[in-house]
Design a protein around this ligand. Structure first.
Ligand code: HEM
Ligand SMILES: [Cu+2]
Length: 582
């Protein structure tokens, strides 16, 4: 459909009210698809989080009965006691679910879908049907992943990185369907994400409102744009590698198996060529979300807008040339190792530019400590901690000691929980009013953010100490290693904190559902923000805007010294006249 045809379709003819199926299930409206992705991600937090709790229980009190596991049959559990194979499945599924079915669906699927058309002043995505398909294929992928828990032989257990030859171990035995389902599920996820990223990129390039130049786009749109490009270029590499792994497992090929002349290290290269850009897929949208929120609640334009956009571009570019930093221990040529080390450290530069610009945004702002603001501040501070431990590991000689220890578990959680999850919470608290037309409870939200922040640090900071003390990751029973005996009290402390962290999320669940049903009705622009989505009605109707906006300035192009509460009156940026048609 041409652009004007889309406008006609969406704005021109009066709509008959679509039925339940078209409204909620097979909707092609980007806002509904965004919400579907949000529900998917929130639901998948439950198995992902439960797996984490069960692992933590086992690590603190190995050999005791894990609570609430009475009904789980052998070989997963032996009368409530966890077997080692099940532990392996747990960390595999925890990592896989959290990355592919929580962080990606919410950050990219939910925020991407909901925000892109609204914030660039479009009526919908470029390819609405493709968009709907992307969700349904994504859902299918999630179901296949969960199905792995119920097949003979148990679920995949080779870690979320699925290294060969371990992941190819059931070669030809045919019973181990868990790992096969893991591969098939992620192949579907790759297809879903391909459809999504093509759609996002096309929409952002082609469907911006009149006057919305690239450098007038809000930073969160920049971040989603770059994320979509990363997904487009990186995920197909994983999809193909998964196909090869499946062939090795089921069809007798030997892409990765040395017995047949294959190369196990090839898997690592393919996986991490995808895997490193993937970590930026999970952090860039959070950076965008934090930027919008910090600017709104400092009542100041973002500091250094272009530097922010360009540093995201350079982070994305560098993200494709650093994958070898995950493979320092694979026996690679040290000269190659050095070049991966240097290119990795270079990423600290754009990351620092972003951090200082966030601080510059806060500096002398009129700061409002709302719930989304607390989430954004947590994001920035925890991202700094995670970034700093990343520099430790980027250093080849240091990594020799901390590779495969709890130091890496600490690091990934500082970026994935401290970064991505706080970004998700901040974004939900911020855009909930626009999504669902009601406000979330601020008091409950603030308690949730503060308790989560504290419990998060109690849970994950001590893991640095475990790691430096030599505590390996992915071990089932730390008490069998004598040299770890002194560290066991730390394991107990971490588990108690992790349980607090898990329980604290009930506050979020209560707030979310209570606000959905009975929250205060939201006005059009409750946070007095100045990006386009807030100029649409709340919640936005099908087609989003009464008249398509004309954009005269970017959201950060105002700088009022000593800015008052509303530094940017809506009517100074938006043309009240309808957009020219034709
Ligand atoms: C309550 C919060 C969480 C707790 C208590 C927790 C706990 C753990 C533990 C104990 C491990 C290490 C298992 C081992 O090496 O034996 C682990 C691994 C991991 N976690 Fe989490 N986690 C949490 C949240 C998250 C989130 C939100 C994400 C991502 C968005 C995440 C991603 C990962 C990944 C990728 C791994 C590595 C899995 C592997 O080794 O294959 N975690 N987590
Ligand atoms: Cu990496």
């Amino acid at each position: 459909m041409s652009r004007s045809a889309v406008v006609h379709h969406l704005a021109g003819e009066p709509h008959s009210r679509p039925g339940f199926m078209r409204t909620y299930l097979f909707s092609t409206d980007h806002k509904m698809i965004g919400k579907q992705f949000l529900w998917l991600g929130l639901l998948m937090m439950i198995p992902g989080g439960l797996a984490a709790m069960m692992m933590r229980w086992q690590l603190a009190w190995p050999g005791t009965r894990v609570p609430f596991t009475g009904g789980i049959p052998e070989p997963f559990m032996y009368d409530g006691h966890m077997g080692p194979e099940f532990y392996n499945s747990l960390f595999t599924m925890h990592g896989t679910i959290m990355i592919f079915f929580v962080a990606m669906p919410i950050l990219v699927g939910a925020f991407g879908n909901f925000l892109i058309p609204l914030m660039i002043g479009a009526r919908d995505m470029a390819f609405p049907v493709l968009n709907m398909l992307s969700f349904w294929v994504g859902l299918l992928s999630g179901l296949l992943m969960i199905a792995g828990f119920f097949v003979p032989g148990g679920h995949a257990a080779a870690g979320w990185t699925s290294y060969v030859p371990l992941s190819a171990a059931a070669h030809f035995t045919g019973v181990d369907w868990g790992q096969n389902l893991w591969c098939i599920s992620l192949i579907f996820l790759g297809i879903s994400s391909l459809m999504g990223s093509i759609n996002y990129i096309t929409t952002i390039i082609n469907m911006r409102a009149v006057g919305m130049t690239l450098f007038r786009m809000p930073l969160v749109i920049w971040s989603l744009f770059i994320t979509a490009i990363l997904l487009l270029l990186a995920l197909p590499v994983l999809t193909s590698a998964l196909g090869m792994l499946l062939f090795d497992r089921m069809a007798g090929t030997s892409f990765f198996l040395p017995e047949g002349g294959g190369e196990p290290i090839l898997w690592q290269h393919l996986f991490w060529f995808f895997g490193h850009p993937e970590v930026y897929v999970m952090i860039l949208p959070g950076m965008g979300i934090a930027s919008e929120i910090l600017s709104t609640f400092s009542r100041k334009p973002i500091f250094g807008y272009k530097a922010m956009a360009f540093s995201m571009c350079s982070i994305a570019f560098l993200g494709f040339v650093v994958w070898g930093h995950h493979m320092f221990q694979s026996g690679m040529n040290p000269v190659l190792g050095m070049s991966f080390m240097v290119s990795t450290m270079v990423i600290a530069v754009p990351s620092a530019i972003k951090t200082f610009n966030w601080l510059g945004t806060l500096y002398r702002g009129s700061i409002h400590f709302t719930t989304p603001m607390l989430g954004a501040l947590a994001f920035v501070s925890m991202f700094v901690v995670g970034g700093l431990s990343g520099i430790f590991m980027a250093s080849l000689p240091v990594d020799i000691f901390i590779h495969d220890t709890y130091f890496i578990v600490a690091h990934i959680h500082y970026v994935l929980f401290g970064g991505s999850m706080f970004g998700i919470f901040a974004g939900i608290y911020f855009w909930f009013p626009k999504m669902f037309g009601r406000m979330m409870n601020e008091t409950l939200g603030k308690i949730h953010m503060v308790v989560t922040f504290i419990a998060f640090n109690f849970t994950f900071f001590p893991m640095h100490i475990l790691g430096v003390g030599g505590h390996m990751r992915r071990i089932y029973d730390p008490t069998v290693y004598e040299f770890l005996a002194d560290l066991q009290p730390i394991n107990v402390f971490i588990t108690i904190s992790a349980i607090c962290l898990g329980v604290a999320q009930i506050l979020f669940v209560i707030n979310f559902f209570w606000s959905l049903a009975a929250g205060r009705r939201a006005e059009r622009n409750p946070w007095r923000s100045n990006t386009l989505e807030w100029s649409a009605p709340t919640p936005p109707p099908h087609g989003n805007f009464e008249t398509l906006p004309n954009v005269y300035r970017g959201p950060y192009e105002y700088s009022v010294p000593g800015a008052p509460e509303d530094y940017l009156p809506q009517d100074r940026r938006l043309d009240p006249k309808p957009a020219p048609t034709g």
